[in-house]
Design a binder for this molecule. Structure first.
Ligand SMILES: [Zn+2]
Length: 402
């Protein structure tokens, strides 16, 4: 009786087909080819027209047996994402593909190799019959929901709020931690660029640190307004967002924003500043492959004087002292000089905030690199915790002092 069973098992193993699915939050992959015999899958990031860079990919694999080796090939999307612009292949080719069995814990696979045809080739060892595979550790709207619920449960004084409904009808949610009339007011948010998932990972590390006992003294005198994902629509469908049509979220801070969530953030920040003054605005990004961790500071930094100059300098010094693991933050500001006109500079989120707040306000973007196994869920969280400690040290000095 053993033989027929064995044959049956063999037959079903032979028939098992590798399947690729993307019909879930943040999912994105366009299958170029799939060879069941050699277990070779070629994908490119799917194009969502007008929704920015096609660089993010995230899919589920079924039909493998534990121990199988899959060859994953990733190439650039061939069609233009905006007018005639085709995105360079490097943006969709991290050194490591990120793998998960449960969708919660993510680890880098073996380093890939770039072949002569600009295709990145990863060897993936299947650890289970179903695996998730992604460009980097994902952070999707349901992760934001989980995080906000976790913090609200931990801190009774925290109040969740809906910043806005997107053009796609999705809620953009945030949380306020602390008394609205607290002496210090802080705004932290991520994902003006949807594909930069690491920005939200840093944000989660920051938020968890902020809700921890270590931050008790900071919470007592501060009101934090925190938004885990700004571009919820693109994060939900796995689109890149950056350089979307007519413009992306980060360039939408104009007098008349295209996106309701940007308009709502402007209204809230104006109201906070009028009522109590805004001390710190931090926008979290995750742009560059080989970039270290750094801040974009104000273009006018070298010409600043008095309180403004002092506060920006203290911020970068204290950040350098506290953001050290797993990668230290650079102790000097960089400037987004590739943005050429004052008009465009003024409608970048951090620029708009500078133009609509006070002398004691600092407004910066924290830019984390992504192309390293150290940029894991835990690694990004370490940077977020360091950011929290820098904030505590900075506000302890009272940036409003003369
Ligand atoms: Zn960005």
């Amino acid at each position: 009786m053993k033989r027929p069973l064995l044959l049956f098992l063999l037959a079903s193993t032979l028939q098992a087909e590798i399947r690729v699915s993307t019909d879930f939050e943040g999912g994105n992959a366009e299958v170029v080819s799939l060879d069941q015999t050699t277990k070779t899958l070629r994908i490119m990031p799917g194009l969502h027209e007008g929704r920015g860079w096609p660089c993010w990919w995230f899919f589920k694999l079924d039909g493998l047996a534990a121990g199988d080796e899959l060859t994953l090939e990733v190439q650039a999307q061939t069609r233009p994402f905006r007018e005639s612009q085709v995105l360079a292949h490097t943006w969709c080719q991290p050194k490591h593909a990120w793998l998960s069995r449960d969708g919660e814990t993510w680890a880098p696979g073996e380093a890939g190799t770039l072949n002569g045809d600009k295709v990145m080739v990863y060897k993936i060892k299947a650890a289970a019959a179903q695996m998730s595979v992604a460009w980097g550790p994902p952070f999707v709207p349901s992760d934001a929901e989980k995080l906000l619920a976790e913090i609200a449960a931990k801190l009774p004084e925290a109040k969740r709020f809906e910043l806005a409904k997107t053009r796609g009808g999705r809620p953009v949610n945030g949380i306020r931690i602390g008394d609205e009339n607290a002496p210090h007011q802080v705004w932290v948010g991520a994902r003006h660029h949807a594909w930069e998932a690491g920005g939200s990972q840093v944000g989660r590390g920051f938020a968890r640190w902020y809700a921890s006992d270590e931050a008790k003294a900071l919470r007592a005198k501060t009101c934090l307004h925190y938004i885990p994902i700004m571009d919820v629509d693109n994060a939900a469908i796995g689109a890149g967002g950056k350089e979307a049509v007519p413009r992306d979220h980060n360039r939408d801070w104009a007098d008349e924003p295209v996106y309701p969530e940007v308009a709502a953030a402007q209204r809230m920040i104006r109201a906070i500043h009028e009522k109590r003054g805004l001390d710190v605005y931090i926008d979290l990004h995750n742009p560059g492959a080989s970039d270290p961790v750094f801040y974009f500071g104000p273009f006018a930094f070298e010409r600043m004087t008095g309180m403004q100059q002092r506060n920006y300098q203290r911020w970068i010094d204290l950040s350098a002292a506290h953001i050290t693991e797993p990668v230290p933050v650079q102790p000097k500001y960089r400037f987004a000089t590739y943005v050429k006109t004052d008009e465009e500079r003024g409608r970048m989120s951090s620029g708009w905030v500078r133009n609509h707040t006070g002398d004691f306000t600092i407004s910066v973007t924290l830019e984390t690199g992504w192309n390293s196994p150290r940029m894991s869920v835990e690694g990004y969280a370490g940077i977020g915790a360091g950011l929290g400690r820098a904030l505590a040290a900075y506000l302890a000095e009272n940036p409003r002092r003369e």
